[in-house]
Design a protein around this ligand. Structure first.
Ligand code: MG
Ligand code: MG
Length: 271
């Protein structure tokens, strides 16, 4: 799940190696839920069915959904284990037995869990059945932009550098990023400092309530590029959760939670 508002500026909470080991287990469970959903995606499947599959995996591994019951000021608490977004839906889609996948759709699935007090959060997009090459390219560029953000997450850089690396990569491929929604620190709660946007105004280290932090060993955060094949303008549907592209352009979303080390970052949400 993305972050929409800035947490208080107490700074990132650095994790110990033992805490990161627990977060790795939380992330592994999320990855298992992803795998189970990936195998179930096909034309005719409802997003509610995918939600049940993910929740079963989490609970079978002793983890709890972290999105379910998540509060929002202008809507009822989020009712499900995953967010499920089809085509022009960008983030925070509510699973439903009435939303049925069709051949050629993009489905974006985001899932988070709490395990032994720590959170894992990750998302992916995929095609349903056969998809057009242009749609596959959008998925590929979005996934690669996540890899670019991860590769930029090394000592000596700041969170603004990560944001800029993702943005420049996406721009070079002719797409835009969602500006209002960001990655975020992850730990005992799903949303901690720092916010990790997918763009950053050039030359400014603090704006919109976002603060750029130098990366430090033990920082743990989710990078989550939301990439749009068109203009970045968004709208929220009347359910108070689902965010769509205003022009109904296709979009994709990939996310991993990572930990900063003195070398390459650890991707916590891999199988
Ligand atoms: Mg997420
Ligand atoms: Mg997230």
């Amino acid at each position: 799940m993305t972050s929409t508002s800035a947490p208080a500026h107490n700074g990132p909470i650095l994790k110990t190696a033992d805490e990161i080991a627990i977060m790795r287990e939380a992330g592994r469970i999320v990855a298992r839920a992803h795998q189970a959903m990936r195998e179930a995606v096909r034309p005719g499947v409802s997003t509610a069915a995918l939600d049940r599959i993910a929740e079963t995996v989490l609970r079978d591994h002793g983890a709890a959904p972290v999105f379910k019951g998540y509060p929002k000021h202008n809507a009822a608490p989020f009712p499900a284990t995953i967010t499920a977004c089809i085509n022009e839906e960008l983030v925070h889609g509510i699973p439903s037995p009435h939303r049925i996948l069709r051949e050629g759709d993009i489905i974006s699935l985001d899932c988070g869990c709490t395990f032994q007090g720590f959170v894992g959060d990750a998302a992916f997009s995929m095609g349903v059945g056969e998809i057009r090459p242009a749609v596959q390219r959008l998925l590929d560029v979005t996934e690669e932009s996540l890899a670019v953000g991860i590769a930029a997450s090394v000592l000596g850089r700041e969170t603004a550098d990560v944001a800029e690396a993702v943005h420049q990569f996406v721009l070079r491929h002719g797409y835009s990023v969602a500006r209002e929604y960001t990655g975020h620190g992850v730990g005992r709660s799903m949303h901690e400092e720092p916010q990790v946007p997918n763009w950053w105004p050039r030359g400014r280290r603090q704006q919109r309530g976002w603060k750029s932090y130098p990366l430090a060993v033990g920082m743990t955060y989710a990078i989550e590029p939301m990439v749009i094949a068109g203009r970045p303008d968004l709208a929220e549907l009347s359910d108070g959760w689902t965010v769509v592209t205003r022009a109904r352009s296709l979009c994709a979303h990939f996310e991993h939670t990572i930990a900063i080390t003195d070398g390459a970052p650890i991707i916590l949400t891999l199988p």
